[in-house]
Write a protein that binds this ligand. Structure first.
Ligand SMILES: Cc1ncc(COP(=O)(O)O)c(C=O)c1O
Length: 385
């Protein structure tokens, strides 16, 4: 409680907009992941697509076995900054990208047998050992949002059972499946049952199975015992190594985003314009879509003072949401958005030339707010011609 009070007081002092990652919360998540590793002997990778704050990689690498990458640049970042195992999957590699991917990766996972057959000859020229796999599509949906359902109708992700080419498996050491999004281990259990039914007979000949991401392992109500049982069963039945590659679970509730009120205007209702933007700093508000929580706020109308919170961009719909507060908002007030370390930070952009938020790291033990990165004009300019 005292820790929280201090953290919030310190957040009210910083320059905004900024992401603030809390080192102690990251450590708490890592200790849960460490327990899963210890109990089961599985391998856990950080999905860089979800969290790529490389300043904290030295801390993460004490527990995690490496990273999973989705492109040559994530693979390179993983090699340069994490430097443990690098596993790379893409829905399709280009010739030039593949060159870089194999340079930096230990595992490469192909999305089709076409891609595997096309790139297989290139692997013999590589000096280090690369373990290859195929992503399978278990045709089993656990999610309700089509945008986040890799097994939905017409999905381009993974090879279905009917297309699994058992004559092209020489050189393939494992399979990857990814079906979950922010889910508990009961959803994993159902998925694994289907995977075993469709692909079980091949698993005996493989050396690893990658369970993908979407496991909300560090959430309070997550059923760790069930997860450990599933991993142990698969390991023992097929004599394979099991990999998990969570992104979100690594940084869940480990960071906030702080913004300030720049102006307050009125059009049908009070509107507070913040020094941020949903379009540039929190695009998942539209894409996911979701409503971030702000400390001390509630839904519109639940507390005495309601506001529409708007962003700085030209987009008419650049609205974070409608919130209510106990006190009226004033220019200069800080708003603290919770659980913003994963995905939000990696998805920012500079539309309208809006400057990227700074990135800070909070050290609870001495209340030190470390400025890791402040962005400027050059970061905007270098993305353009
Ligand atoms: C193949 C794969 N692995 C891992 C992840 C990470 O998922 P999460 O951050 O939800 O754990 C994703 C997310 O889309 C993915 O597609």
């Amino acid at each position: 409680m005292e820790r929280n009070k201090n953290f919030i007081a310190d957040l009210l002092e910083i320059e905004t907009p900024a992401f603030v990652v809390d080192k102690q919360s990251l450590e708490k998540n890592l200790s849960i992941l460490e327990t899963v590793k210890r109990r089961t002997g599985c391998h856990i990778l950080l999905a860089l697509k979800g969290f790529a704050m490389f300043k904290v990689f030295p801390l993460l690498r004490e527990t995690l076995d490496g990273v999973c990458a989705s492109s040559q640049d994530e693979a390179k970042l993983g090699r340069e900054e994490f430097n443990k195992e690098v596993h790379t999957f893409s829905s399709a590699f280009s010739e030039s990208e593949f060159e870089a991917v194999i340079r930096f990766s230990d595992h490469v996972v192909f999305n089709s047998f076409n891609q595997w057959k096309r790139f297989r000859p290139r692997l013999s020229a590589v000096k280090h050992k690369i373990s290859c796999g195929i992503r399978v599509n278990p045709e089993h949906s656990e999610g309700t949002v089509p945008m986040y359902d890799p097994c939905g109708k017409g999905s381009r992700l993974g090879v279905k059972r009917e297309d699994f080419d058992e004559n092209a498996l020489a050189g393939i050491s494992g399979i990857l499946f990814h079906t979950l999004c922010e889910q508990n281990s009961d959803a994993l259990e159902r998925t694994v049952t289907v995977v075993e039914r469709s692909f079980g007979k091949y698993l005996h000949d493989f050396s690893w199975v990658n369970f993908g991401g979407g496991h909300h392992i560090t959430r309070k109500d997550y059923d760790l015992d069930r997860l450990c049982k599933i991993i142990e069963t698969i390991k023992n039945t097929y004599k394979v190594e099991v990999y998990l590659e969570p992104g979100e679970a690594v940084a869940l509730n480990a960071g906030v985003f702080v913004a300030s009120v720049l102006d307050i205007i009125k059009n049908d209702m009070p509107i507070a314009i913040l020094d941020t933007s949903a379009a540039t700093h929190m695009p998942d508000i539209f894409e996911m879509p979701y409503r971030p929580h702000i400390i001390g706020s509630d839904e519109k109308g639940c507390k005495p003072y309601s506001y529409r919170l708007g962003g700085m961009s030209c987009l008419s719909g650049d609205v974070i949401g409608e919130y209510s507060f106990d006190q009226p908002l004033n220019i200069g007030d800080r708003l603290i958005f919770t659980d913003m370390a994963h995905y939000t930070m990696v998805k920012t952009n500079t539309f309208n030339g809006i400057r990227l938020p700074s990135i800070l790291l909070y050290h609870t033990e001495n209340r030190y707010m470390e400025t890791v990165r402040v962005f400027g004009y050059e970061d905007y300019k270098m993305r353009l011609s």
